[in-house]
Design a protein around this ligand. Structure first.
Ligand SMILES: NC(=O)c1ccc[n+]([C@@H]2O[C@H](COP(=O)([O-])OP(=O)(O)OC[C@H]3O[C@@H](n4cnc5c(N)ncnc54)[C@H](O)[C@@H]3O)[C@@H](O)[C@H]2O)c1
Length: 252
């Protein structure tokens, strides 16, 4: 069997940039019709243009995943536009500036956990009934290496990303008998605008000291894992949190 999505419809959030854009392009390249959802609708449009330029089919949708009405409208749009929903990558995420826990503002906490954790729950809540309606589906949620270990100064982000793994396991259990598989990916350091914003000049030092493979990850490294987890080749896999970090969490 090979990884392919002909006749299937994929939804990717945070698909205007970075990991989400790479996953949307990958799904389209593997035959799926793709809804490219992002807070930044212009960025989503650029991903759609890249998919169409490569011969694929996609549509953009502007959404703030913190809000239930917008998330429900997004899933309605998917079904109205392409007739069904088979696979979803709940990936939209933000990080706050890193600072000690007692210095984190309520606004930073609410924004980070609102997008990274509540947003994932809202997306699954809207997506799962549509997947059950077509006989099953597969979801991948973006957690992080910061969902598995603590990161100094990243209280809201770590709390949210640990929470995503818990949510993923519960969803996997709740819907295992209805044919919906739910997994998480835990990327390490991946070359995207989010990393540049948070780490700045410290990226190379992190690569040299913390990544055994000696290179930063690329968005396609995550996209390949996400599309595989959503494919029939991963048909008996549900409730896992799969790390792709160049060996960083393998040990000291
Ligand atoms: N880059 C890394 O090293 C890394 C590592 C681990 C996990 N992650 C996770 O991967 C995911 C993607 O991050 P990325 O590195 O590609 O970052 P990115 O900044 O390139 O992309 C994130 C996208 O999410 C969108 N977004 C932000 N808030 C949103 C909202 N409220 N509603 C809808 N869309 C919203 C942004 O507009 C942006 O297009 C995030 O969940 C991030 O936490 C990234």
């Amino acid at each position: 069997m090979t990884v392919e999505f002909h006749g299937k419809v994929a939804l990717v959030t945070g698909a205007g940039s970075g990991i989400g854009a790479a996953t949307a392009l990958r799904f389209a390249g593997l035959g799926a019709q793709v809804v490219v959802a992002d807070l930044d609708v212009a960025a989503a449009g650029r991903t759609v243009a890249a998919i169409e330029a490569a011969g694929g089919t996609a549509a953009a949708f502007g959404v703030d995943v913190r809000f239930a009405d917008q998330v429900e409208a997004m899933v309605r749009f998917v079904v109205e536009r392409f007739g069904r929903l088979d696979v979803a990558h709940n990936n939209a995420g933000v990080d706050a500036p890193h600072r000690p826990l007692a210095d984190v503002s309520e606004e930073e906490w609410d924004l980070t956990t609102g997008v990274d954790l509540k947003g994932v729950w809202l997306c699954m809540r809207a997506e799962i009934p549509e997947m059950i309606r077509v006989g099953g589906g597969a979801i991948v949620n973006t957690s992080s290496a910061a969902g598995l270990i603590g990161v100094t100064g990243a209280a809201p982000y770590c709390a949210a990303k640990h929470g995503v793994i818990g949510l993923t396991k519960v969803a996997a259990l709740d819907y295992a008998r209805q044919g919906v598989r739910v997994n998480a990916v835990c990327p390490g350091l991946i070359a995207t605008p989010l990393v540049t914003a948070v780490l700045g000049d410290a990226v190379q030092q992190f690569v040299d000291t913390r990544i055994p493979m000696g290179r930063i990850g690329q968005p396609i490294d995550v996209a390949d894992a996400v599309t595989w987890l959503c494919s029939d080749d991963a048909g008996f896999i549900t409730g896992v949190a799969l790390t792709m970090d160049g060996g960083g969490l393998a040990g000291l």
